[in-house]
Design a protein around this ligand. Structure first.
Ligand SMILES: [Zn+2]
Length: 177
């Protein structure tokens, strides 16, 4: 089922810590995963966390691909359950982020985070995996991971004067292509 309305910033659900998933193969967990996959695609996002569709569980999905705003390197759909970032690079970089929960992804702003990370998690069928991520995938993972602890990217904006509307952001990205 597609979740047509993504929960918006200001709703208390988004600022609460999500709970660990006890049973990955349960109908309930599988339903949440399916809803996340349908919703990330429907809303043309590259990542979404369970809290954004009203489920306080430690699950998110990523699917880095070309969107209306960015021509990104293509990555497969990935599901992360009970994830843990076990290593982050010392080097940090600034990248513009947006979020389906912040004015329906119509606001972009610069955020500084580690360039590379290693994450451990369980996939959609309960297999544990370890992934080293860099580039945009690393960025999306860190953004979604924050959602599990109730943190929105707006708390990490490095320069408030550089906030952009999605339209201006798009113009800037097109001029760089
Ligand atoms: Zn987000």
């Amino acid at each position: 089922m597609i979740i047509k309305e993504i929960i918006q910033i200001g709703n208390p659900i988004l600022s609460k810590k999500s709970k660990f998933v006890a049973n990955i193969n349960s109908k309930e967990t599988q339903r949440v995963i399916k809803n996340l996959i349908d919703s990330v695609r429907y809303h043309d996002l590259i990542g979404i966390a369970a809290s954004q569709i009203g489920e306080k569980l430690r699950i998110f999905v990523t699917e880095v691909r070309k969107t209306a705003y960015r021509n990104l390197e293509k990555d497969i759909l990935r599901i992360y359950i009970n994830p843990k970032i076990v290593w982050s690079s010392k080097k940090q970089i600034i990248i513009y982020e947006g979020c389906g929960s912040v004015a329906y992804a119509k606001l972009f702003a610069p955020v500084k985070r580690p360039e590379k990370i290693i994450i451990e998690a369980f996939d959609g069928v309960g297999n544990k995996f370890r992934l080293k991520a860099e580039g945009f995938l690393s960025r999306v993972i860190q953004h979604e991971y924050d959602h599990l602890d109730g943190v929105e990217f707006t708390e990490k904006i490095t320069d408030m004067r550089k906030i952009m509307s999605s339209e201006e952001y798009k113009k800037m990205m097109i001029s760089k292509m």
